[in-house]
Design a protein around this ligand. Structure first.
Ligand code: SAH
Length: 232
């Protein structure tokens, strides 16, 4: 899916006069080129990230920095993940068109939008109400109809919509929540960073009802995966 509705976004977010200009597109192309040099090869991931204006998901104050390969604050002490991390996790997830994907940790909504542009059916869960509301607004404004946002504690997954073909966790967990493994379809893939100070990126495939194969894919640093929800 492409983003034909970008002009509508310019109108919707015009309180802040957010536009996707040729300059933004140029910076985005250079960012994607740098991700390629850092080892990201999945063409669908790179294309989605090239088409999606990351600055729409950030406060105006960070607009000039939106295409640096860095995380930035999004409020409530949380961050939008570094583009390399988004690309790396998305590549590991191997989504297909119509894959049913659960994301735990909506944050800004950027990762959810990347998955939606790739054609996945995305269910994304956030524990801060303020972030949930803001991300939902941005995703609606982008016209991405294949994303559904939930204000929930993602440590419980989303039982009424399980099983999922793919599950991605974008906060650092101390261990793999058993519930999330249970909500994977057979053959499904869970990508989750696990650890205290530094997190190992785990790619867990559900091979059968009771068998899971785990592969460790490098170290990252995430904001913590926490239980419960926080009102605005
Ligand atoms: N994917 C996001 C990254 C946000 S950072 C993006 O693209 O911007 C991780 C987010 O996970 C934070 O917003 C944090 O509040 C959220 N989070 C942490 N633990 C959670 C839980 N148990 N359930 C839902 N969200 C959680």
């Amino acid at each position: 899916m492409t983003l034909p509705q970008v002009f509508r976004v310019n109108a919707y977010l015009s309180g802040k006069k957010v536009q996707d200009t040729y300059r933004h597109k140029g910076m985005r192309r250079r960012l994607v080129e740098s991700l390629r040099r850092k080892g990201i090869q999945d063409q669908a991931v790179l294309q989605a990230m090239e088409s999606l204006p990351r600055h729409f998901f950030l406060d105006k104050a960070f607009e000039e920095h939106a295409y640096e390969d860095k995380p930035f604050p999004i409020g409530n002490d949380q961050t939008i993940s570094q583009p390399y991390t988004v690309a790396f996790q998305t590549q590991l997830l191997q989504v297909h068109k119509r894959s049913k994907v659960l994301e735990v940790g909506t944050g800004s909504g950027y990762q959810a939008a990347v998955l939606a542009i790739m054609g996945a059916r995305v269910y994304t869960v956030e524990r801060y109400e303020a972030l949930y509301l803001k991300a939902k607004f941005t995703l609606d404004a982008l016209g991405l109809k294949n994303v559904r946002c939930f204000f929930r504690d993602g440590s419980k997954g989303l039982p009424e919509y399980a099983p999922f073909d793919r599950i991605i966790v974008t906060a650092g967990a101390e261990q793999v929540p058993e519930v999330l493994k249970q909500q994977l379809a057979i053959g499904g893939i869970l990508v989750i960073p696990v650890g205290r100070e530094v997190q190992a990126m785990l790619r867990i495939t559900r091979a059968s009802e009771s068998t899971y194969l785990t592969v460790k894919e490098g170290d990252f640093r995430f904001v913590p995966f926490l239980e419960g929800t926080e009102p605005e």
